[in-house]
Design a binder for this molecule. Structure first.
Ligand SMILES: Cc1ncc(COP(=O)(O)O)c(C=O)c1O
Length: 387
């Protein structure tokens, strides 16, 4: 009998993958499900980005293997982007590594820094990939609480009272998904000091900083951060390019070299026209971000109406591509409410439990759906609530 490796049993099929299959079945059965679950931008990239892709793809000499570290133009554009919007200086030749989305960075960093048995601090609630990848590489997940009462920021003082000697990496993600919380500068400073005292590598996953957020923030803006931190970033959400798979890791040259050693054994560079187009996207002016955010702003009002209809409560100062809200106490869990809305109103809303048990009493709605569909969702939910 041919059996899979032990690590396959360490991870389950992604909740969304299972739920999307169920939704596809429902649609096949004639139920017009509206999916408000997934943060998959539905607006197109900027026209000049598409033009660059097309023009470059028409050239006969852009189709071969590319270097492992991305084309210089792309690294230069990432560097420009970090300087202009985050006030962070990054050497394009040594401190930036283009990636196929930030998600692959989570795997590469884990492979580059973790030995079996090392502990990894993972946020609860948080993006499920941090814990899945930790288990895949044979390290130990150690979850830390994010609570509304603490504005969804870890209690570093409490953590430091514990034995942290086996902890190698701490995953943080600000602006936070799923809660929409921003990090304060004081918190980032405290986090870097905590990392230095405890020899912990901080990895900030930062794909949401341009969505409905006045001040994009990078952990690398904190003095000394590059020595103990890596930041992942991405064009998926900021430039409506989720399907392209373009992201980056930034840190000191040594850390970038470790990640590259793993990555260069796993892929052979991104399609050159895509890299040229991504470089173009990173040079877009503020106007681009303002235009996409104007669309999200209108949708946010409709999403808040849905939350109100469901009797949920939420924090006003959320940023990013989702609204995170607390469900009324009459529901025993977010799954109960999410399933009720799916089966009775044919509207899918993400139950917060999938991000960890601190998300049990919360739901998350994505802003990646048209106003028309959001209005239709409001009508359907009103119907099931009033009938
Ligand atoms: C917190 C977080 N990190 C990373 C990702 C993956 O982004 P990318 O498309 O850059 O791989 C997502 C995508 O939903 C996310 O929510």
């Amino acid at each position: 009998m041919i059996t899979p490796a032990q690590r396959v049993s360490e991870v389950k099929e992604y909740y969304f993958s299972l739920k999307l299959k169920e939704i596809a079945e429902m649609i096949k059965d004639g139920k017009p499900v509206i999916n408000l679950g997934i943060g998959n931008p539905d607006q197109p990239p900027a026209p000049e980005v598409l033009e660059t892709l097309n023009q470059s793809a028409l050239q006969p000499d852009t189709h071969g293997y590319q270097g492992y570290i991305g084309i210089p133009e792309l690294r230069a554009s990432f560097s420009h982007w970090y300087k202009k919007f985050y006030g962070v200086t990054l050497n394009p030749d040594s401190e930036i590594l283009p990636l196929m989305g930030s998600k692959e960075g989570i795997m590469h960093i884990s492979m580059a820094f973790l030995n079996p048995g090392d502990e990894v601090l993972v946020p609860n609630p948080g993006y499920p990939t941090y814990s899945a990848v930790t288990r895949i590489v044979g390290a130990k997940e150690r979850s830390y609480d994010l609570l509304e009462a603490n504005n969804w920021q870890p209690d570093l003082d409490a953590l430091e009272k514990e034995d942290l000697s086996s902890v190698k990496i701490m995953w943080v993600n600000y602006p936070n998904m799923p809660t929409g919380a921003k990090a304060s500068r004081e918190f980032f400073e405290k986090l870097i000091a905590f990392a230095r005292r405890n020899d912990i590598l901080i990895c900030n996953d930062n794909p949401y900083s341009f969505i409905l957020n006045e001040e994009p923030q990078s952990l690398l803006a904190i003095a000394g951060a590059k020595e103990v931190a890596i930041e992942l970033n991405s064009l998926s959400k900021s430039h409506n390019m989720a399907g392209w798979r373009v992201g980056m890791a930034a840190s000191n040259p040594e850390f970038i070299k470790y990640i590259l050693r793993i990555k260069s054994n796993m892929d052979s560079g991104m399609f050159r026209p895509m890299q040229e187009a991504a470089a173009k996207a990173l040079m877009l002016e503020e106007k681009w971000y303002n235009e996409i955010n104007a669309v999200y702003k209108k949708r946010k009002e409709l999403v808040l109406k849905i939350m109100e209809l469901l009797g949920c409560t939420w924090q006003e100062d959320q940023v990013g591509m989702f609204i995170w809200a607390k469900i009324p106490e009459k529901y025993s869990s977010s799954e109960e409410l999410s399933d009720k809305i799916l089966y009775e109103a044919n509207v899918f809303i993400t139950p917060g439990f999938i991000f960890g048990d601190n998300g049990r009493q919360y739901i998350r709605i994505s802003l990646c759906t048209s106003e028309e569909k959001l209005q239709e969702s409001i009508n359907r939910i009103e119907n099931i609530i009033t009938n």
